[in-house]
Design a protein around this ligand. Structure first.
Ligand code: GLN
Length: 202
């Protein structure tokens, strides 16, 4: 394993930025907030937090970050998106608002607010590839992955309850997306596996 310390940006326009910064730092990365293109230039990888994908989409364009991030993604920058971040990294969205765009990169179709009103937010244990043992997954008005294209690989599904079988974690090269929020549980294993993806890309 390489011991180099990667610098990982956390998109800091909206959402739970601080929790991701803490999680990344606790697994040996240097984490910095990214609000402008010059800050993006200085990072090896990017985390896109949960929040509201429609708002983050608008802010990305208002802050002139939309195209610079797309360019970095096309050039192979590793990225991890949780919840709204998953939506922003998806190539296709169902249930988006008029004019909603995504950065794209992961060959999936996601459905926004997929779990329905009754189960707006829920928690369950599940396993994802690349993380040993089971994880406590917290879903908050989360999307699920409705279709997976040939370039993407399913790495996690809901394992029990009414949503059993739903795809909630996908990997495509250096891109990782999860429907759930590992940054709120204090369990840093998903961040650790992303830091390992970043190290392998350096
Ligand atoms: N429902 C939100 C959206 O569509 C995502 C919720 C979240 O990130 N917790 O962007």
């Amino acid at each position: 394993m390489r011991t180099v310390t990667p610098t990982i940006g956390v998109l800091a326009l909206q959402g739970d930025v601080r929790e991701h910064v803490h999680a990344l730092e606790s697994v040996g990365a240097t984490a910095v907030g990214v609000r402008r293109a010059s800050e993006l230039d200085a990072v090896d990888a990017l985390v896109i937090p949960g929040g509201e994908s429609t708002t983050i989409d608008k802010l990305l364009r208002a802050f002139d970050l939309f195209e610079p991030i797309r360019t970095r993604l096309r050039d192979g920058m590793p990225a991890y998106g949780s919840c709204a971040g998953m939506i922003l990294l998806a190539d296709r969205v169902i249930g988006g608002i008029e004019g909603q765009q995504t950065l794209g990169g992961v060959d999936v179709t996601v459905r926004r607010n997929a779990f329905g009103r009754q189960v707006d937010s829920f928690e369950t244990d599940l396993a994802i590839e690349g993380v040993e043992g089971s994880l406590h997954a917290v879903f908050i008005r989360a999307p699920w992955v409705e279709e997976v294209g040939p370039a993407a690989r399913v790495v996690g599904r809901v394992e029990s309850g009414p949503a059993a079988g739903r795809i909630v974690a996908v990997r495509q090269g250096p891109l990782l997306v999860t429907s759930f929020h590992p940054e709120v549980t204090g369990d840093t294993r998903v961040h650790q596996s992303f830091v390992q993806i970043v190290r392998e890309s350096l």
